[in-house]
Design a protein around this ligand. Structure first.
Ligand code: ZN
Length: 255
Protein backbone atom coordinates (compact mmCIF):
# COMPACT_ATOMS: atom_id res chain seq x y z
CA UNK A 1 0.00 0.00 0.00
CA UNK A 2 1.59 3.36 -0.99
CA UNK A 3 2.37 5.61 1.99
CA UNK A 4 0.42 8.84 2.26
CA UNK A 5 1.63 11.82 4.24
CA UNK A 6 0.80 10.94 7.89
CA UNK A 7 -0.51 14.46 8.32
CA UNK A 8 -3.24 13.66 5.84
CA UNK A 9 -4.96 12.91 9.14
CA UNK A 10 -6.81 16.13 9.88
CA UNK A 11 -6.14 16.22 13.62
CA UNK A 12 -2.40 15.70 13.12
CA UNK A 13 -2.41 18.38 10.40
CA UNK A 14 -3.92 20.86 12.85
CA UNK A 15 -1.19 20.45 15.46
CA UNK A 16 1.73 22.84 15.61
CA UNK A 17 5.03 21.41 14.38
CA UNK A 18 6.20 21.30 18.00
CA UNK A 19 3.14 19.37 19.22
CA UNK A 20 3.32 17.04 16.24
CA UNK A 21 6.99 16.34 16.92
CA UNK A 22 6.14 15.30 20.49
CA UNK A 23 3.46 12.90 19.22
CA UNK A 24 5.45 11.63 16.26
CA UNK A 25 8.04 9.93 18.52
CA UNK A 26 5.28 7.63 19.79
CA UNK A 27 3.45 7.01 16.50
CA UNK A 28 3.86 3.89 14.41
CA UNK A 29 2.14 3.14 11.12
CA UNK A 30 -0.22 0.16 11.01
CA UNK A 31 -2.44 -1.36 8.35
CA UNK A 32 -6.14 -1.24 9.02
CA UNK A 33 -7.32 -4.61 7.77
CA UNK A 34 -10.99 -5.27 7.15
CA UNK A 35 -12.76 -6.20 10.43
CA UNK A 36 -9.71 -5.52 12.59
CA UNK A 37 -10.76 -4.60 16.13
CA UNK A 38 -9.31 -1.29 17.34
CA UNK A 39 -10.90 -1.64 20.75
CA UNK A 40 -13.55 -3.85 22.33
CA UNK A 41 -16.63 -2.85 24.34
CA UNK A 42 -16.03 -2.55 28.10
CA UNK A 43 -12.37 -3.56 27.75
CA UNK A 44 -9.42 -1.23 28.46
CA UNK A 45 -8.38 0.81 25.42
CA UNK A 46 -4.67 0.13 24.85
CA UNK A 47 -3.97 2.26 21.77
CA UNK A 48 -5.35 5.29 20.00
CA UNK A 49 -5.34 5.49 16.19
CA UNK A 50 -5.16 8.39 13.75
CA UNK A 51 -6.47 7.01 10.43
CA UNK A 52 -4.66 8.19 7.31
CA UNK A 53 -7.06 6.38 5.00
CA UNK A 54 -9.88 3.90 5.50
CA UNK A 55 -12.96 3.96 7.74
CA UNK A 56 -13.51 2.58 11.23
CA UNK A 57 -16.91 2.08 12.67
CA UNK A 58 -18.27 2.62 16.20
CA UNK A 59 -20.55 -0.34 16.84
CA UNK A 60 -23.06 -1.21 19.56
CA UNK A 61 -23.84 -4.91 20.00
CA UNK A 62 -26.97 -5.90 21.93
CA UNK A 63 -27.13 -8.78 24.43
CA UNK A 64 -28.89 -10.80 21.69
CA UNK A 65 -25.88 -10.29 19.44
CA UNK A 66 -27.38 -7.81 16.94
CA UNK A 67 -25.04 -4.98 15.90
CA UNK A 68 -25.65 -1.43 14.74
CA UNK A 69 -23.11 1.12 13.63
CA UNK A 70 -23.52 4.47 15.40
CA UNK A 71 -20.61 6.51 14.09
CA UNK A 72 -17.69 6.42 11.66
CA UNK A 73 -14.11 7.59 11.97
CA UNK A 74 -11.68 8.31 9.15
CA UNK A 75 -8.81 10.65 8.34
CA UNK A 76 -10.76 13.56 9.89
CA UNK A 77 -10.48 12.06 13.36
CA UNK A 78 -9.10 9.54 15.82
CA UNK A 79 -10.10 6.26 17.41
CA UNK A 80 -9.98 6.35 21.20
CA UNK A 81 -12.06 9.40 22.14
CA UNK A 82 -13.05 7.92 25.54
CA UNK A 83 -9.41 8.39 26.56
CA UNK A 84 -9.63 12.13 25.77
CA UNK A 85 -12.80 12.36 27.86
CA UNK A 86 -11.32 10.78 30.97
CA UNK A 87 -12.34 7.15 30.52
CA UNK A 88 -10.36 4.04 29.70
CA UNK A 89 -13.22 2.06 28.16
CA UNK A 90 -16.62 2.46 26.48
CA UNK A 91 -19.79 0.39 25.94
CA UNK A 92 -19.18 0.47 22.18
CA UNK A 93 -16.47 -1.20 20.09
CA UNK A 94 -14.54 0.06 17.05
CA UNK A 95 -13.86 -2.09 13.97
CA UNK A 96 -12.30 -1.38 10.60
CA UNK A 97 -14.93 -1.39 7.85
CA UNK A 98 -12.99 0.05 4.92
CA UNK A 99 -9.31 -1.03 4.86
CA UNK A 100 -6.54 1.57 5.00
CA UNK A 101 -3.68 2.73 7.21
CA UNK A 102 -3.37 4.59 10.51
CA UNK A 103 -0.85 5.91 12.98
CA UNK A 104 -1.07 4.11 16.30
CA UNK A 105 -0.01 5.39 19.71
CA UNK A 106 0.13 3.84 23.15
CA UNK A 107 -2.59 5.18 25.48
CA UNK A 108 -0.16 6.10 28.28
CA UNK A 109 2.00 8.21 25.95
CA UNK A 110 -1.08 9.85 24.45
CA UNK A 111 -2.46 10.78 27.88
CA UNK A 112 0.88 12.34 28.81
CA UNK A 113 0.69 14.48 25.64
CA UNK A 114 -2.87 15.58 26.50
CA UNK A 115 -1.62 16.69 29.92
CA UNK A 116 1.53 18.31 28.54
CA UNK A 117 -0.06 20.36 25.78
CA UNK A 118 -3.26 22.45 26.11
CA UNK A 119 -3.38 22.78 22.29
CA UNK A 120 -3.28 19.01 21.72
CA UNK A 121 -5.98 18.64 24.39
CA UNK A 122 -8.18 21.36 22.84
CA UNK A 123 -7.85 19.86 19.35
CA UNK A 124 -9.05 16.49 20.66
CA UNK A 125 -11.94 18.08 22.59
CA UNK A 126 -13.05 19.93 19.47
CA UNK A 127 -12.95 16.69 17.57
CA UNK A 128 -15.01 15.06 20.34
CA UNK A 129 -17.63 17.78 19.87
CA UNK A 130 -17.62 17.44 16.07
CA UNK A 131 -17.91 13.65 16.43
CA UNK A 132 -20.83 13.99 18.86
CA UNK A 133 -22.54 16.25 16.33
CA UNK A 134 -21.95 13.69 13.57
CA UNK A 135 -23.53 10.95 15.70
CA UNK A 136 -26.47 13.23 16.58
CA UNK A 137 -26.98 14.16 12.91
CA UNK A 138 -26.92 10.48 11.96
CA UNK A 139 -29.54 9.66 14.58
CA UNK A 140 -31.86 12.29 13.08
CA UNK A 141 -30.94 11.14 9.56
CA UNK A 142 -31.94 7.53 10.32
CA UNK A 143 -35.40 8.72 11.40
CA UNK A 144 -36.05 11.38 8.80
CA UNK A 145 -34.34 10.61 5.51
CA UNK A 146 -34.85 8.02 2.79
CA UNK A 147 -32.55 5.00 2.44
CA UNK A 148 -31.28 6.16 -0.95
CA UNK A 149 -30.43 9.65 0.35
CA UNK A 150 -28.62 8.13 3.32
CA UNK A 151 -26.78 5.65 1.12
CA UNK A 152 -25.51 8.53 -1.06
CA UNK A 153 -24.42 10.34 2.10
CA UNK A 154 -22.37 7.35 3.31
CA UNK A 155 -20.80 6.84 -0.11
CA UNK A 156 -19.67 10.47 -0.13
CA UNK A 157 -18.38 10.28 3.46
CA UNK A 158 -16.36 7.18 2.59
CA UNK A 159 -15.06 8.73 -0.64
CA UNK A 160 -13.86 11.80 1.30
CA UNK A 161 -11.72 9.57 3.50
CA UNK A 162 -10.03 7.63 0.70
CA UNK A 163 -7.21 8.57 -1.68
CA UNK A 164 -9.13 7.44 -4.76
CA UNK A 165 -12.71 7.11 -6.01
CA UNK A 166 -12.39 3.31 -5.89
CA UNK A 167 -12.71 1.54 -2.53
CA UNK A 168 -13.87 -1.59 -0.78
CA UNK A 169 -17.33 -1.37 0.80
CA UNK A 170 -19.12 -4.58 1.70
CA UNK A 171 -22.86 -5.15 1.52
CA UNK A 172 -22.73 -6.13 5.17
CA UNK A 173 -21.20 -2.81 6.22
CA UNK A 174 -23.58 -0.72 4.08
CA UNK A 175 -26.52 -2.68 5.52
CA UNK A 176 -25.30 -2.02 9.06
CA UNK A 177 -24.64 1.68 8.38
CA UNK A 178 -28.07 2.14 6.90
CA UNK A 179 -29.89 -0.21 9.27
CA UNK A 180 -31.48 -2.12 6.36
CA UNK A 181 -31.37 -5.66 4.93
CA UNK A 182 -28.86 -6.69 2.33
CA UNK A 183 -31.59 -6.99 -0.30
CA UNK A 184 -32.42 -3.30 0.22
CA UNK A 185 -28.72 -2.44 -0.12
CA UNK A 186 -28.65 -4.36 -3.42
CA UNK A 187 -31.72 -2.52 -4.72
CA UNK A 188 -30.40 0.93 -3.84
CA UNK A 189 -26.87 0.30 -5.13
CA UNK A 190 -28.23 -1.24 -8.36
CA UNK A 191 -30.38 1.84 -8.97
CA UNK A 192 -27.40 4.17 -8.43
CA UNK A 193 -25.30 2.02 -10.74
CA UNK A 194 -27.95 1.96 -13.44
CA UNK A 195 -28.03 5.75 -13.45
CA UNK A 196 -24.26 5.94 -13.80
CA UNK A 197 -23.51 7.45 -10.36
CA UNK A 198 -21.38 4.53 -9.17
CA UNK A 199 -19.99 1.18 -10.24
CA UNK A 200 -20.42 -1.60 -7.68
CA UNK A 201 -18.87 -5.01 -8.16
CA UNK A 202 -18.01 -7.66 -5.58
CA UNK A 203 -17.89 -5.16 -2.73
CA UNK A 204 -15.85 -2.64 -4.73
CA UNK A 205 -17.36 0.80 -5.20
CA UNK A 206 -16.19 3.31 -7.77
CA UNK A 207 -17.71 6.78 -7.50
CA UNK A 208 -18.33 7.89 -11.10
CA UNK A 209 -20.41 11.05 -10.63
CA UNK A 210 -19.56 12.86 -7.42
CA UNK A 211 -21.78 15.85 -8.13
CA UNK A 212 -24.85 13.72 -8.86
CA UNK A 213 -24.29 11.85 -5.57
CA UNK A 214 -24.17 15.18 -3.71
CA UNK A 215 -27.46 16.22 -5.25
CA UNK A 216 -29.01 12.88 -4.32
CA UNK A 217 -27.69 12.80 -0.72
CA UNK A 218 -29.66 14.31 2.17
CA UNK A 219 -28.56 17.59 3.75
CA UNK A 220 -26.79 15.68 6.56
CA UNK A 221 -23.69 15.22 4.40
CA UNK A 222 -23.12 18.98 4.02
CA UNK A 223 -24.20 19.78 7.59
CA UNK A 224 -21.65 17.37 9.11
CA UNK A 225 -18.91 18.50 6.73
CA UNK A 226 -19.44 22.18 7.55
CA UNK A 227 -19.51 21.43 11.27
CA UNK A 228 -16.15 19.66 11.03
CA UNK A 229 -14.75 22.62 9.09
CA UNK A 230 -16.12 25.09 11.65
CA UNK A 231 -14.71 23.21 14.65
CA UNK A 232 -11.50 21.91 13.15
CA UNK A 233 -10.64 24.65 10.68
CA UNK A 234 -9.37 27.13 13.27
CA UNK A 235 -5.64 26.70 13.47
CA UNK A 236 -4.84 30.04 15.10
CA UNK A 237 -3.82 28.16 18.23
CA UNK A 238 -1.31 26.05 16.41
CA UNK A 239 0.68 28.09 13.92
CA UNK A 240 2.18 26.18 11.02
CA UNK A 241 3.64 27.52 7.87
CA UNK A 242 3.18 24.89 5.20
CA UNK A 243 0.62 24.89 2.41
CA UNK A 244 -1.69 22.29 3.87
CA UNK A 245 -2.04 24.32 7.04
CA UNK A 246 -3.14 27.37 5.12
CA UNK A 247 -5.65 25.31 3.20
CA UNK A 248 -7.14 23.97 6.42
CA UNK A 249 -7.46 27.47 7.87
CA UNK A 250 -9.07 28.75 4.68
CA UNK A 251 -11.65 25.98 4.89
CA UNK A 252 -12.27 27.05 8.48
CA UNK A 253 -13.05 30.63 7.53
CA UNK A 254 -15.39 29.52 4.79
CA UNK A 255 -17.23 27.27 7.26
ZN1 ZN B 1 -29.81 12.67 6.40
Amino acid sequence: MPHRDPRTNRLLSLLSDDDYEHLRRHLSQVDLEYRKSLYEASRPIEHVYFPVEGVASLVITTTEGASAEVGTIGSEGMVGLPVCLGSRDAPSAVYVQVPGTALMMDVGAFRSELERSPTVNLTMLRYAHAFFNQVAQSAACAHLHLVEQRCCRWLLMTRDRMPSADFLLTHEFLGMMLGVRRTTVTEVMSALQKEGLIRYRRGHVTVLDHEALRLRACECYEVSKLEFDRLLGDTALAPRTDRKHRLVSEIGRMG
